[in-house]
Design a protein around this ligand. Structure first.
Ligand SMILES: [Zn+2]
Length: 304
């Protein structure tokens, strides 16, 4: 069965899963659509590490740790929808060749003599150690291998949310087979490969900049200029596992959407906060500080 969400635009396919609403945005505007041949097929897949109960346990622990500031109604919230989705992404790898020039600074110490004038006007010659930096020019080529850049190709989950549940352990990639994803919802590749390539290349070049800075020898460096060319680029379509929860906690509020990394259990969600609890915490902390300050003042007072 193939469906497309009229609200977020996610194109989904699934067998043996019953759902009337979009698993990402809960929109009921969900229409059957024909197969499209222009979308890429996944080459690799990261499998789910656990079942729905596993995901629920991670969610409960995540909420439990935040109950001190979260809306109390969450404790009795009910899961409206819980969906395991294989989300489309591109795995980017490349070789980055960076030409750089810089001034490399080496510290050295020198003994310096100086004249000291005492209060009564007598002058003496003294010595002291000073650190100086000598700069020398350096130019070269740095080769870096970029292997772990993953960019979401999902229409249902925006990139910032995706970035918050990263990373995925990519050593556990398996060659994709339909049997691996049966029983789960699969989103098709919704973003163009070209657009994802541009995003990944940008992320990769930023990473190379950091690496080149760390690579610089010497005690310090200045005037670092570099330009990077990426070669041997590859962009593989992969599927990664995510759980999407719709948690209903108050009748008058829309359900809370929580996204869980299906491999590591890392969670992204905007928790409703209880401002009363936060205020009480702040007041409590202020009271403790006040007591400590009063105690210190009291102990400092000289005994009568
Ligand atoms: Zn949707």
């Amino acid at each position: 069965m193939r469906f497309e969400c009229g609200q977020c635009g996610a194109a989904l396919s699934f067998e043996g899963v019953r759902t009337q609403t979009c698993p990402y945005c809960a929109s009921p505007s969900f229409v059957e659509r024909p197969a499209s041949s222009s979308r890429p097929d996944p080459v690799f897949t990261v499998a789910f590490a656990g079942d729905a109960q596993w995901a629920r346990a991670h969610l409960d622990r995540w909420i439990g740790r935040r109950m001190i500031i979260a809306d109390s109604a969450l404790k009795n919230g009910s899961v409206d929808e819980l969906r395991g989705i294989y989300l489309p992404a591109f795995l980017y790898s490349a070789v980055a060749r960076t030409d750089y020039t810089a001034s490399i600074g080496e510290h050295y110490t020198e003994t310096e003599t100086y004249t000291k004038t005492a209060d009564d006007g007598t002058k003496t010659t003294e010595t002291r150690q000073v650190t100086r930096t000598e700069f020398r020019p350096l130019a070269g080529v740095h080769l870096g291998y970029i292997t772990d850049v993953v960019v979401s190709a999902s229409a249902g989950l925006d990139h910032p949310t995706f970035a918050r549940i990263e990373p995925f352990e990519l050593r556990q990639l398996r060659r994709h087979s339909p049997a691996l994803v049966s029983g789960f919802i699969q989103e098709e590749f919704s973003r163009e490969a070209d657009e994802c390539l541009r995003v990944s290349r940008g992320a990769a070049i930023d990473e190379v900049g950091e690496e080149v800075r760390r690579f610089m020898p010497g005690d310090s460096h200045a005037d670092l200029h570099w330009s990077t060319k990426v070669e041997w680029e590859s962009l593989d379509p992969v599927l990664v596992p995510v759980w999407v929860f719709a948690l209903r906690y108050r009748g008058d509020r829309p359900p809370l959407r929580v996204v869980v990394n299906g491999q590591t259990g890392k969670i992204a969600g905007k928790l409703p906060l209880s401002w009363w609890k936060i205020l009480l915490l702040v007041l409590g902390a202020a009271a403790i500080v006040t007591v400590i300050v009063l105690l210190i003042l009291h102990l400092r007072e000289p005994p009568p």
